[in-house]
Design a protein around this ligand. Structure first.
Ligand code: MG
Length: 159
């Protein structure tokens, strides 16, 4: 049975932090603020996977009050989500993510993100889509105050 899940996340852009998106470090004057590395795309994908499992959100599994997760690369969270799916006898069918960022230009990094994410998800890269768009200069995303990401995932689970 195919189960679908949806995920959304946003983090604030601040100076003095690395920008990590989809597990890839991207050169930029600012980075995303958060308890972990604040990889907004991986967080949205985790929520989509947990959603497909009928579970709670990423904050339920990895509370930002827990010092164990401080400064951790978000790939750790994604790996745990994959492990949970495997424990349930499930299989990831596909993951589709969109990053909404006014800057920097993400197109040159999309291929690498797709490769890194498919490795963590343990699926063929053709099952992982990464897209990037701007917010046309509108709102907090348009003012480069933050970066948002959305993701959907489908997971084949035993009945
Ligand atoms: Mg987050």
């Amino acid at each position: 049975m195919i189960h679908a899940g949806i995920g959304y996340d946003v983090h604030r852009l601040v100076e003095g932090r690395k920008l990590v998106l989809g597990g890839v470090e991207i050169p930029h004057s600012k980075g995303l603020d958060g308890h972990s590395d604040a990889d907004v795309l991986i967080h949205a994908i985790c929520d989509a996977l947990f959603g497909a499992l009928g579970e709670g959100d990423i904050g339920h599994f990895f509370p930002n009050t827990d010092p164990r997760w401080k400064g951790k690369p978000s790939r750790v969270f994604l790996h745990e989500a994959v492990r949970l799916i495997q424990l349930r006898g499930g299989r990831i069918v596909n993951v589709d993510g969109t990053v909404i960022a006014e800057a920097p230009k993400l197109a040159p990094h999309v291929r690498r993100m797709k490769t890194v994410l498919s490795e963590i998800l343990e699926v063929h890269p053709s099952r992982v889509a990464v897209k990037a768009t701007t917010n046309e200069g509108l709102g907090f995303l348009g003012r480069e105050e933050g970066i948002a990401a959305m993701a959907v995932a489908s997971v084949d689970l035993p009945m």
